[in-house]
Design a protein around this ligand. Structure first.
Ligand code: P5A
Length: 446
């Protein structure tokens, strides 16, 4: 992509309404535009990151054996009357009437609708286990929408729902989600700690939230700081292996880590003092096991192996897809701008032409662009007729992890400069070697 033809409306000034760094940088980098409180347009650069995050979420869900579908944003109120939540949900639910005066709502979550799909089509244990998920916009009329996409009213969520014949199988689904989420967040360059939580309006008593530590987080967290060193890494996971998956969950949930809702001061005291930490965190996901709460209320039953009919066991599992952009920026930035982890960056590399209009520099940039594209790596080429300083400032603000700088002086010696946004370290190398290096870096971040 050539910057001269792109739509990247960067702001020079700090927007007054943004209280936290991620919101400020998302506005300044031309990623989002607010259209109403808690409701945003996703401008091209923001959309590219959102799509990367969605892609990683999809890949890890499919790897865990979960199946995508797509449910609508608008739902009939009658489904929610069946579960009793139409009245319970209160003012957070946006209620709408259609032209026939039928009560509708903009879905804040989809437990009822997925249970309705299930009961219409599945009636035997032979079709289980089954986990269906989608990535879809939600609406919650939050009392205090704030911090940009972090607490929006309209926001993008991955929500998945498991259906199992018995409790053991449903707990395996719960564990499978925990492990797939750990991998998902790691691929985005995040450390997200599973913490025992409270279930709120979703229900059930077995639930974990995933928290990214950040001073600007909305939740107070209490933890043994050794949890921050745990990594799933590249280990092979067999999602059908109940013992292995349960073992990994044990590894990540044994050390003390809780939100203020479930904090147990006496138990916390047993953590060695040097490891006892209190901080703040951003909730980027939550998983729930709630058994038969919805299947009982809505009559979703299956025939078991012995011929009896039982309500299906369920859980639901969510990732805050749009919130993740804010969380990643909170975790990865400096005073010049965003620093995208390779896994989610909108473009893998930027090309800065120090002397637009110089024949050799223009040709070298075009050749680099072509060579990178041939490797499936689309660069953002700053081909504007601007000062070098302005080009660097834009690149630093939008946070591409790598930059190739091309100028007549280097080219005379056969070199370009490759710079890491994270460390600021630069090295000179031939254009071909720079392409190889970028390709090698991204081979580790499919
Ligand atoms: C699980 C999936 C649920 O709704 N039902 C379906 C369950 N869980 S949840 O914890 O309420 O939401 C899941 C994740 O969505 C993100 N989230 C938000 N993101 C941006 N703005 C909001 N207002 C908002 N509310 C929830 C969080 O990351 C949460 O973990």
């Amino acid at each position: 992509m050539r910057l001269s033809r792109y739509f990247l409306p960067v702001l020079k000034e700090n927007p007054a309404e943004a209280q936290i760094v991620s919101h400020r940088y998302m506005l300044r980098a031309g990623m989002i535009k607010q259209q109403a409180a808690g409701i945003y347009s996703w401008l091209p650069l923001g959309l590219r990151v959102l799509r990367r995050i969605e892609q990683i979420v999809h890949e890890e869900q499919v790897r865990a054996g979960h199946i995508p579908l797509l449910m609508p944003t608008l739902q009939p109120a009658d489904l929610w009357r069946e579960s009793g939540r139409y009245d319970d949900y209160g003012q957070e639910m946006l209620r709408i009437k259609d032209r026939h005066e039928r009560d509708m709502l903009y879905g804040p979550t989809n437990e009822e609708m997925i249970t309705d799909i299930f009961r219409s089509h599945v009636s035997s244990y032979k079709d289980l286990p089954l986990t269906l998920y989608h990535i879809q916009w939600k609406f919650r009329d939050e009392l205090r929408p704030r911090f940009g996409v972090m607490r929006g009213r309209e926001f993008l969520m991955k929500d998945g729902y498991n259906f199992d014949v018995d409790r053991d199988s449903a707990l395996h689904a719960y564990n499978r989600h925990m492990v797939s989420y750990l991998r998902t967040y790691e691929r985005m360059g995040l450390t997200a700690i599973p913490m025992r939580a409270a279930s709120g309006p979703i229900g059930g008593d077995n639930t974990h939230e995933f928290l990214v530590l950040a001073n600007t987080g909305e939740s107070e967290v209490f933890y043994d700081d050794r949890v921050t060193g745990l990594k799933l890494g590249a280990r092979a996971v067999d999602y059908d292996d109940r013992a292995q998956v349960e073992g990994i969950c044990g590894e990540f949930t044994t050390l003390y880590a809780r939100t203020d809702e479930t904090h147990d001061p006496a138990l916390f005291e047993t953590v060695p003092e040097a490891h006892r930490k209190v901080g703040r965190g951003i909730e980027v996901g939550q998983i729930f096991y709630f058994g038969t709460k919805y299947s009982d209320a809505m009559g979703a039953t299956v025939v078991t192996r012995d011929g009896s009919r039982v309500p299906v066991e369920m859980g639901s599992h969510g990732i805050g897809v749009s919130r993740l952009l804010g969380a990643i920026i909170e975790a990865s930035h400096d005073d010049k701008g965003i620093i995208w982890p390779e896994g989610v960056t909108p473009f893998p590399v930027g090309i800065v032409n120090l002397k637009q209009g110089d024949g050799a520099a223009d040709a070298a940039c075009a050749a680099l662009e072509k060579a990178l594209l041939a490797r499936g790596l689309e660069p953002l080429y700053d081909d504007r007729d601007e000062r070098a300083g302005a080009k660097f400032a834009t690149m630093d603000l939008i946070g591409l992890p790598w930059r190739i700088t091309v100028g007549p002086r280097g080219l005379a010696n056969g070199v370009v400069e490759l710079t890491s946004r994270r460390t600021g370290a630069s090295e000179e190398l031939s254009p071909e070697a720079a392409v190889e290096r970028i390709a090698a870096i991204y081979a580790e971040h499919p």
